[in-house]
Write a protein of this length. Structure first.
Length: 355
């Protein structure tokens, strides 16, 4: 079969470290072109032809699909143009600047009949896939409470356009909180209502967004949760060393996830969970969850804290081959965006907001 030819729009860090390596692992895909207004950055990826105009890339007949890896404020414009041009789309998170834009994008994607996907890369962590299995099989019983946090130290890559609401939508909430919210909703279902508080601790007159936010959440299932998202936590690392924590406490057991241990989950379930003196024990993730079924990636190659992200490209390419979008689609991006919007509204009203 003809290889799926992909165009990458945006030649920044996420294209360099996730999208290009992931696509290069897919024998059924090729990279036809890279677009960035900085032609040097596009050429530096050494992947296909370098161009500076995304309309030029979308007009190419040898481009079947695109990856939108630009700053947030450009997602809507480019994704809608790509769908109009008949291209399948993988778009970085958060899907848009606000809920109205995300809904417009999701509606257009559904109408198009094309494959659409939101780039929630942490979903492919083996421990997250296994944790979802534990929830689905009922080993933890009904989830009662969730404790979730994404904590990191300040990193220079989080400055620039990410520091303005006009270009990013919000600060730490949009940038890394979108990942955390998607993961928890992937595991526990939709959040129905929340009450949030935010603050900008970093003294930067060029920034108008928060670098810390937390909220209480009520899930549609009846579960309750606490979320904290921060990039002012010295010692919590940045990039490959940063951490996400998700703790699930159910009627029949508990399970804890840490991004720094993507091949293990701490679990207590069954009869042992009825003994108050019992403690959680680390359980290795079974082999079948170390990568997506059919993925060409060797999970034993490279740093296990990073390599699973390449399964995102495999799923995108496979979805195009199958001719249907699969989660995380633009619809999943919309579900996450609704929580982002509710959190920002709650910070302004200082009250509970329905999602």
């Amino acid at each position: 079969m003809k290889k799926l030819q992909v165009g990458i729009i945006g030649a920044g860090g996420v294209a360099r470290t996730i999208h290009v390596p992931g696509l290069r692992m897919c024998p059924e895909a090729g990279i036809a072109a890279v677009c960035d207004e900085n032609i040097g950055a596009a050429r530096a990826l050494e992947a296909g032809e370098a161009v500076t105009s995304y309309p030029e890339l979308l007009a190419r007949r040898d481009v079947d699909a695109v990856v939108v890896a630009t700053p947030n404020y450009l997602h809507r414009e480019i994704a809608l143009a790509a769908l109009e041009a008949g291209k399948h789309v993988l778009c970085e998170k958060p899907l848009a600047l606000n809920l109205a834009e995300a809904r417009e994008m999701a509606d257009a994607a559904e109408r198009s009949g094309l494959v659409h996907m939101t780039a929630f890369t942490y979903r492919y962590a083996p421990a997250i896939q296994y944790l979802r299995h534990l929830v689905d099989t009922g080993e933890l019983g009904r989830i009662r409470t969730v404790r979730a946090a994404y904590l990191m130290a300040l990193s220079k890559h989080l400055l620039g356009w990410r520091s303005t609401r006009r270009q990013a939508g919000s600060g730490v909430l949009a940038d890394i909180g979108s990942h955390l919210i998607h993961l928890v909703q992937f595991l526990c279902g939709d959040i129905a209502a929340l009450s949030a508080s935010q603050r900008r601790f970093r003294d930067d007159p060029a920034s108008d967004v928060e670098d810390w936010i937390a909220f209480l959440a009520e899930f549609e299932s009846g579960a309750r949760g606490t979320f904290e998202i921060s990039r002012v936590c010295a010692g919590r690392g940045a990039g490959i060393t940063e951490d996400i924590f998700i703790e699930l406490y159910g009627t029949q057991g508990s399970a804890l996830f840490s991004l720094q241990d993507p091949w293990g989950v701490r679990v207590l379930s069954g009869e042992a969970a009825e003994d108050p003196s019992s403690v959680l024990e680390r359980r290795a993730v079974p082999e079948q969850f170390l990568k997506l079924p059919g993925s060409p990636r060797d999970p034993n190659q490279g740093d296990p804290r990073w390599g699973y992200r390449y399964d995102q490209a495999f799923q995108f390419v496979e979805s195009v081959r199958l001719g249907k979008p699969r989660a995380p689609s633009f619809t999943d991006g919309l579900r996450c965006q609704a929580v982002l919007e509710a959190a920002l509204q709650s910070c302004e009203t200082r009250g509970w907001v329905k999602v």
